[in-house]
Design a binder for this molecule. Sequence first.
Ligand code: PRP
Length: 207
Amino acid sequence: MLRIALPKGRLGEKAYHVLAEAGYPCPELLEDNRKLIFENTDAGIQYFLVKPSDVSVYVEHGAADAGIVGKDILLEYEPDIYELFDLRMGKCRMCVAGPGRFRDRHTRALRVATKFPHIAGRYFDAQSREIEIIHLNGSIELAPLVGLSDVIVDIVETGTTLRENGLSVLEEIVPISARFIANKASFKFKGAEIRRILDGLKACLPE
Ligand code: PRP
């Protein structure tokens, strides 16, 4: 049985549909219930539904053999896993955003609110810009509106959240999309099964 960690929510559902098309269906997963483990013994597959930011934890520790995860999570946590395939879905951008009128005058440390302290730290480090990280867990866009930070580093997908809060993209850091990842030991010992899924994904998502 191959164990796959899927992120709960929109991306997980999209990824599941591709996996189902690739020959690994488990329709119970789409039902309105609170279960966390789903399996299809005929297809030899078991799905775990986890918080998006936890997918790589399950895969790195070998509790799951493979998983679908956003590149943002891989860049933030740098887990020791194999990144096998870009599914080219869940596309968005990691950006610095702030009030449209914001100008960095470099007179003091820039206050940056974010769920991605590592990505933000590395980005501003590379510019030798001193920052103070304000680590939040959600609704990041609120921070500059109430004076908690100067700017934010966050995911921008449609841009609606920024727009509706009077904020704009100031700099683009990196494009993001969903990746198929595997545990290193699993890739060695269950390589054939993992490659079969990989080929199925590639066939369903041609270049
Ligand atoms: C993410 C992200 C932005 C928003 C961007 O938040 O942190 O707030 O989506 O999407 P958009 O450009 O299409 O508006 P999420 O929905 O994960 O909620 P959160 O605020 O709890 O992090």
